[in-house]
Design a protein around this ligand. Structure first.
Ligand SMILES: CC(C)(COP(=O)(O)OP(=O)(O)OC[C@H]1O[C@@H](n2cnc3c(N)ncnc32)[C@H](O)[C@@H]1OP(=O)(O)O)[C@@H](O)C(=O)NCCC(=O)NCCS
Length: 183
Protein backbone atom coordinates (compact mmCIF):
# COMPACT_ATOMS: atom_id res chain seq x y z
CA UNK A 1 0.00 0.00 0.00
CA UNK A 2 1.39 3.41 -0.91
CA UNK A 3 0.32 6.30 1.29
CA UNK A 4 1.38 8.84 -1.33
CA UNK A 5 2.34 11.51 1.22
CA UNK A 6 1.91 15.13 0.14
CA UNK A 7 4.88 17.47 0.51
CA UNK A 8 4.40 20.12 3.15
CA UNK A 9 5.37 23.39 1.36
CA UNK A 10 6.78 24.98 4.52
CA UNK A 11 8.51 22.06 6.22
CA UNK A 12 9.58 20.51 2.89
CA UNK A 13 8.98 17.00 4.20
CA UNK A 14 6.23 14.42 3.74
CA UNK A 15 3.09 15.66 5.48
CA UNK A 16 0.61 13.14 6.82
CA UNK A 17 -2.65 12.65 4.98
CA UNK A 18 -6.00 13.38 6.55
CA UNK A 19 -6.71 10.84 9.29
CA UNK A 20 -10.23 9.94 10.36
CA UNK A 21 -11.74 7.38 12.71
CA UNK A 22 -14.94 5.60 11.67
CA UNK A 23 -16.84 2.67 13.21
CA UNK A 24 -15.61 -0.81 12.25
CA UNK A 25 -18.15 -2.74 10.16
CA UNK A 26 -18.46 -6.41 9.06
CA UNK A 27 -16.91 -5.48 5.69
CA UNK A 28 -13.63 -4.80 7.56
CA UNK A 29 -13.27 -8.50 8.42
CA UNK A 30 -10.66 -9.37 5.78
CA UNK A 31 -8.57 -6.29 6.58
CA UNK A 32 -8.61 -6.98 10.32
CA UNK A 33 -7.64 -10.62 9.72
CA UNK A 34 -4.78 -9.54 7.47
CA UNK A 35 -3.55 -7.10 10.12
CA UNK A 36 -3.74 -9.93 12.70
CA UNK A 37 -1.01 -11.72 10.73
CA UNK A 38 1.40 -8.77 10.82
CA UNK A 39 4.38 -9.72 13.06
CA UNK A 40 4.47 -6.39 14.95
CA UNK A 41 0.72 -6.50 15.61
CA UNK A 42 0.87 -10.15 16.67
CA UNK A 43 3.72 -9.61 19.07
CA UNK A 44 1.97 -6.61 20.67
CA UNK A 45 -1.35 -8.31 21.41
CA UNK A 46 -2.34 -10.07 24.61
CA UNK A 47 -5.42 -11.68 23.12
CA UNK A 48 -4.67 -13.09 19.68
CA UNK A 49 -8.25 -14.07 18.84
CA UNK A 50 -10.67 -11.14 18.70
CA UNK A 51 -13.48 -13.25 17.20
CA UNK A 52 -13.90 -10.63 14.48
CA UNK A 53 -16.51 -12.54 12.50
CA UNK A 54 -19.07 -12.65 15.32
CA UNK A 55 -17.97 -9.55 17.25
CA UNK A 56 -18.17 -7.21 14.24
CA UNK A 57 -21.90 -7.92 14.25
CA UNK A 58 -22.28 -6.70 17.86
CA UNK A 59 -22.20 -3.17 19.24
CA UNK A 60 -22.19 -3.50 23.01
CA UNK A 61 -22.68 -0.20 24.81
CA UNK A 62 -19.37 -0.56 26.68
CA UNK A 63 -17.24 -0.78 23.53
CA UNK A 64 -16.29 1.24 20.44
CA UNK A 65 -14.39 -0.38 17.56
CA UNK A 66 -12.92 2.17 15.19
CA UNK A 67 -10.98 1.97 11.94
CA UNK A 68 -8.42 4.68 11.23
CA UNK A 69 -8.31 5.80 7.62
CA UNK A 70 -5.78 8.05 5.93
CA UNK A 71 -7.29 9.76 2.93
CA UNK A 72 -9.96 7.05 2.98
CA UNK A 73 -7.56 4.06 3.23
CA UNK A 74 -7.77 1.85 6.34
CA UNK A 75 -4.44 1.76 8.23
CA UNK A 76 -5.29 0.77 11.79
CA UNK A 77 -7.69 -0.14 14.55
CA UNK A 78 -8.68 1.31 17.91
CA UNK A 79 -10.77 -0.22 20.63
CA UNK A 80 -12.19 1.95 23.42
CA UNK A 81 -13.88 0.15 26.31
CA UNK A 82 -15.54 1.10 29.54
CA UNK A 83 -13.75 -1.35 31.86
CA UNK A 84 -16.48 -1.06 34.49
CA UNK A 85 -18.98 -2.71 32.14
CA UNK A 86 -16.75 -4.81 29.84
CA UNK A 87 -18.16 -8.33 29.90
CA UNK A 88 -15.08 -10.42 30.73
CA UNK A 89 -14.02 -8.07 33.57
CA UNK A 90 -10.57 -7.99 31.99
CA UNK A 91 -9.53 -5.06 34.20
CA UNK A 92 -11.10 -6.52 37.35
CA UNK A 93 -13.70 -4.72 39.42
CA UNK A 94 -13.54 -1.11 38.24
CA UNK A 95 -15.27 2.04 39.40
CA UNK A 96 -17.04 4.37 37.00
CA UNK A 97 -15.21 7.04 35.02
CA UNK A 98 -12.51 5.00 33.25
CA UNK A 99 -11.88 4.12 29.63
CA UNK A 100 -9.26 1.73 28.25
CA UNK A 101 -7.75 1.92 24.77
CA UNK A 102 -6.10 -0.66 22.48
CA UNK A 103 -4.46 0.49 19.26
CA UNK A 104 -2.55 -0.92 16.34
CA UNK A 105 -1.54 0.18 12.88
CA UNK A 106 -1.89 -2.88 10.66
CA UNK A 107 -0.18 -1.44 7.59
CA UNK A 108 3.57 -1.54 8.38
CA UNK A 109 4.46 1.34 6.04
CA UNK A 110 1.95 3.56 7.85
CA UNK A 111 3.90 3.29 11.15
CA UNK A 112 6.22 6.02 12.41
CA UNK A 113 4.57 8.77 10.36
CA UNK A 114 2.67 10.28 13.28
CA UNK A 115 -0.63 8.57 12.47
CA UNK A 116 -0.59 6.59 15.72
CA UNK A 117 -0.31 9.84 17.69
CA UNK A 118 -3.19 11.33 15.68
CA UNK A 119 -5.29 8.21 16.28
CA UNK A 120 -4.65 8.41 20.02
CA UNK A 121 -5.42 12.16 20.13
CA UNK A 122 -8.78 11.50 18.47
CA UNK A 123 -9.53 8.53 20.73
CA UNK A 124 -8.56 10.52 23.84
CA UNK A 125 -10.85 13.33 22.67
CA UNK A 126 -13.72 10.85 22.30
CA UNK A 127 -13.13 9.48 25.79
CA UNK A 128 -12.98 12.87 27.53
CA UNK A 129 -15.96 14.19 25.56
CA UNK A 130 -17.96 12.29 28.20
CA UNK A 131 -17.72 14.54 31.28
CA UNK A 132 -17.96 11.53 33.63
CA UNK A 133 -14.68 10.08 32.30
CA UNK A 134 -11.67 11.08 34.40
CA UNK A 135 -8.98 8.49 33.49
CA UNK A 136 -7.85 6.58 30.38
CA UNK A 137 -5.88 3.36 30.83
CA UNK A 138 -3.61 1.42 28.52
CA UNK A 139 -1.76 -1.84 29.11
CA UNK A 140 1.06 -2.45 26.61
CA UNK A 141 3.11 -5.62 27.02
CA UNK A 142 6.15 -4.96 29.20
CA UNK A 143 8.26 -6.24 26.30
CA UNK A 144 6.89 -3.61 23.85
CA UNK A 145 9.33 -0.91 24.90
CA UNK A 146 8.89 1.20 21.72
CA UNK A 147 5.19 1.55 22.46
CA UNK A 148 5.99 2.76 26.01
CA UNK A 149 7.86 5.75 24.59
CA UNK A 150 4.94 6.40 22.26
CA UNK A 151 2.43 6.55 25.15
CA UNK A 152 4.75 8.56 27.40
CA UNK A 153 5.13 11.20 24.69
CA UNK A 154 1.33 11.49 24.65
CA UNK A 155 1.33 12.25 28.38
CA UNK A 156 0.51 8.81 29.79
CA UNK A 157 2.04 8.11 33.20
CA UNK A 158 3.33 4.69 34.26
CA UNK A 159 1.21 3.24 37.09
CA UNK A 160 2.27 -0.35 37.74
CA UNK A 161 3.42 -3.60 36.16
CA UNK A 162 0.62 -6.10 36.17
CA UNK A 163 0.03 -9.61 34.86
CA UNK A 164 -3.04 -10.18 32.70
CA UNK A 165 -3.36 -13.95 32.24
CA UNK A 166 0.23 -14.97 31.51
CA UNK A 167 1.27 -11.63 30.04
CA UNK A 168 3.32 -9.07 31.91
CA UNK A 169 2.05 -5.59 31.06
CA UNK A 170 2.79 -2.02 32.04
CA UNK A 171 -0.32 -0.11 33.02
CA UNK A 172 -0.33 3.59 32.13
CA UNK A 173 -2.92 6.25 32.83
CA UNK A 174 -3.86 9.64 31.40
CA UNK A 175 -6.11 11.71 33.63
CA UNK A 176 -8.23 14.60 32.45
CA UNK A 177 -5.95 16.97 34.39
CA UNK A 178 -2.86 15.27 32.95
CA UNK A 179 -4.20 15.73 29.45
CA UNK A 180 -4.89 19.42 30.09
CA UNK A 181 -1.29 19.84 31.32
CA UNK A 182 0.11 18.29 28.10
CA UNK A 183 -1.89 20.65 25.83
C1 LIG B 1 2.47 1.75 18.45
C2 LIG B 1 1.84 2.41 17.22
C3 LIG B 1 0.33 2.50 17.35
C4 LIG B 1 2.41 3.84 17.13
O1 LIG B 1 1.88 4.46 15.96
P1 LIG B 1 2.91 5.19 14.95
O2 LIG B 1 2.13 5.91 13.94
O3 LIG B 1 3.88 4.18 14.46
O4 LIG B 1 3.62 6.19 15.94
P2 LIG B 1 4.06 7.69 15.72
O5 LIG B 1 4.62 7.86 14.34
O6 LIG B 1 2.97 8.60 16.15
O7 LIG B 1 5.25 7.75 16.77
C5 LIG B 1 6.42 6.96 16.55
C6 LIG B 1 6.62 6.10 17.76
O8 LIG B 1 5.70 5.01 17.77
C7 LIG B 1 6.32 3.86 18.35
N1 LIG B 1 6.43 2.81 17.34
C8 LIG B 1 6.71 2.94 16.02
N2 LIG B 1 6.71 1.73 15.43
C9 LIG B 1 6.43 0.83 16.39
C10 LIG B 1 6.28 -0.57 16.39
N3 LIG B 1 6.44 -1.30 15.28
N4 LIG B 1 5.96 -1.18 17.54
C11 LIG B 1 5.81 -0.47 18.67
N5 LIG B 1 5.93 0.88 18.74
C12 LIG B 1 6.24 1.50 17.60
C13 LIG B 1 7.70 4.32 18.81
O9 LIG B 1 7.59 4.85 20.13
C14 LIG B 1 7.98 5.45 17.83
O10 LIG B 1 8.94 6.33 18.33
P3 LIG B 1 10.51 5.97 18.15
O11 LIG B 1 10.73 5.95 16.69
O12 LIG B 1 11.18 7.08 18.87
O13 LIG B 1 10.74 4.62 18.76
C15 LIG B 1 2.22 1.65 15.91
O14 LIG B 1 3.61 1.74 15.68
C16 LIG B 1 1.81 0.20 15.95
O15 LIG B 1 0.69 -0.12 15.73
N6 LIG B 1 2.78 -0.70 16.25
C17 LIG B 1 2.55 -2.13 16.18
C18 LIG B 1 1.51 -2.61 17.18
C19 LIG B 1 1.71 -2.04 18.58
O16 LIG B 1 2.79 -2.09 19.14
N7 LIG B 1 0.60 -1.52 19.13
C20 LIG B 1 0.58 -1.01 20.48
C21 LIG B 1 0.11 -2.07 21.40
S1 LIG B 1 0.20 -1.55 23.08
Amino acid sequence: MSLNPRIDPIERRPAPGILDLRPAVPADLATLRRWDRDPDVRSSLIDSDWHWESELLRQPSWREWLIAEVDGRPIGFIQIIDPEHEETKYWGCMKAGHRAIDIWIGEPEARSHGYGAQMMEKAIGRCFADPSVHTILIDPLASNTRSHRFYERLGFEFVVERTFGEDCCRVYKLTRAGKAAVN
